[in-house]
Design a protein around this ligand. Structure first.
Ligand code: NCD
Length: 309
C-alpha cells in the first residue's frame, strides 16, 4: 500500500468511478480485457475477495481460471513454485494470489515472466491492498470530497483484532495517505507488539471515541490466527469493544459503520447494528468489484480507449 502513495490511490479511485458506472448498466460488461487471462490462486479461504476478483475480470471480458487448493496437486505435495510455473506455462496475464504467508505475492512476481502481473489478494497478516482501496472508495463516496481532498480530516477508528489483521495494516496506510486521522481501538493483546512507525493513535475507550467519529471500522476476531489465548472470553470482548446497539447510538447520524467481512454478528458488531442504514458493509462489497476492475484494467489494460469503457 505504501508504495502506491496518495497519487497512486487517487488514480485507482478515479478510474473506479468509471467502473461503478459500468456496473450500474443493464449489461455490466466492457471488452477492455478481451483475450487476457486472469487466474485466481487462493491458498486461504475466501468468499467475497475471490468472487469479487473473478467477477471483476469477467466484467472486463477477461477469461478466468480458478484454482482451488483443496482439489489441486498441492495435495499431492506440489510446491508453490511448481504450481505457479505450471499455471504460467498455460499463458496467463495476471495471477491473483491469497496466501497465509506474508510476502508470497512478491515471491511470485520474482518467479513469473515480466508479462504476468501478480495481484495481492491478502498475504498473511501483512497486506490486503484492494480491500483498503475499496474502503477508501466507499468512505470517499459517502463522506469525502470527490474534489481531490481525499479523506482529509476524517476521524476513523479501526476496532478489534489489529494484531492479526492485514486489512488494518493496509487501511492505516491508505487512510492516512489520504489525510484521515486514524485511531486503533483494541485490547493490548490484540495490538501489534510494536506500533513504531504507525501514524496512528491508540485508545482502549471506545465509548469516549464514538461521538467524534466519521467512520467506525470493525474487524473480525481472527480466531484461526490466535495461537495463544489472547482474550478472556468472547463475551467480555463484546462488552468492551463490540459495536452494540447502545454504543451505536453514541455515533453521529452521518457516521459510517464498516467491516471487511466476514462478519461475526453478535461478536464485533450486533446483528441489528450491521443492518442499520449507516452500515455500508454491502456497499463495500459492491464497490469491491469496481475497484478490482480498475486495478486489473490498470495492470492489463489492452490499450482500449478509456472513453470506450
Ligand atoms: C478479510 C481478509 O480475509 O483479510 N476479509 C476480506 O478479504 N474481505 C478479513 C477477515 O477475514 O476478517
Amino acid at each position: 500500500m505504501g508504495e502506491l502513495g496518495r497519487s497512486g490511490i487517487e488514480e485507482v479511485l478515479a478510474l473506479t468511478d468509471r467502473f461503478v458506472e459500468v456496473n450500474e448498466r443493464s449489461i455490466p460488461k466492457v471488452p477492455a480485457l478481451r483475450g487476457k487471462t486472469v487466474v485466481s490462486l487462493f491458498y486461504e479461504d475466501s468468499t467475497r475477495t475471490r468472487l469479487s476478483f473473478e467477477t471483476a475480470a469477467r466484467r472486463l471480458s477477461a477469461d478466468v481460471m480458478s484454482f482451488s487448493v483443496s482439489s489441486s496437486s498441492v495435495n499431492k505435495g506440489e510446491s508453490l513454485r511448481d504450481t505457479v510455473e505450471t499455471i504460467e506455462a498455460m499463458g496467463v496475464d495476471a495471477i491473483v494470489v491469497r496466501h497465509k504467508s506474508s510476502g508470497v505475492p512478491w515471491q511470485l512476481s520474482g518467479w513469473v515472466q515480466p508479462r504476468t502481473s501478480v495481484v495481492n489478494a491478502g498475504d498473511g497478516w501483512h497486506e490486503h491492498p484492494t480491500q483498503a482501496l475499496l474502503d477508501c472508495y466507499t468512505i470517499r463516496e459517502k463522506r469525502g470530497g470527490g474534489d481531490g481532498s481525499g479523506l482529509a480530516g476524517l476521524r476513523i477508528a479501526i476496532v478489534g483484532d489489529i494484531r492479526h489483521s492485514r486489512v488494518a495494516r493496509s487501511d492505516v496506510s491508505a487512510f492516512t495517505a489520504l489525510g484521515a486521522e486514524v485511531t486503533l481501538v483494541a485490547p493490548p493483546t490484540l495490538l501489534p507488539p510494536s506500533l513504531d512507525g504507525w501514524p496512528v493513535q491508540v485508545s482502549h475507550d471506545l465509548d469516549a471515541l464514538l461521538p467524534g467519529l466519521d467512520v467506525v471500522y470493525l474487524l473480525r476476531l481472527q480466531q484461526e490466527r490466535m495461537i495463544e489465548a489472547l482474550l478472556p472470553s468472547l463475551r467480555e470482548y463484546t462488552a468492551t469493544y463490540g459495536l452494540t446497539a447502545r454504543r451505536a447510538e453514541l455515533l453521529r447520524p452521518d457516521a459510517l459503520i464498516m467491516h471487511p467481512g466476514p462478519v461475526n454478528r453478535g461478536v464485533e458488531v450486533a446483528a441489528d447494528v450491521a443492518d442499520l442504514p449507516s452500515s455500508v458493509i454491502t456497499r463495500q462489497v459492491q464497490n469491491g468489484v469496481a475497484v478490482r476492475m480498475a486495478v486489473l484494467y490498470l495492470l492489463l489494460g489492452s490499450g482500449v480507449d478509456r472513453a470506450a469503457l
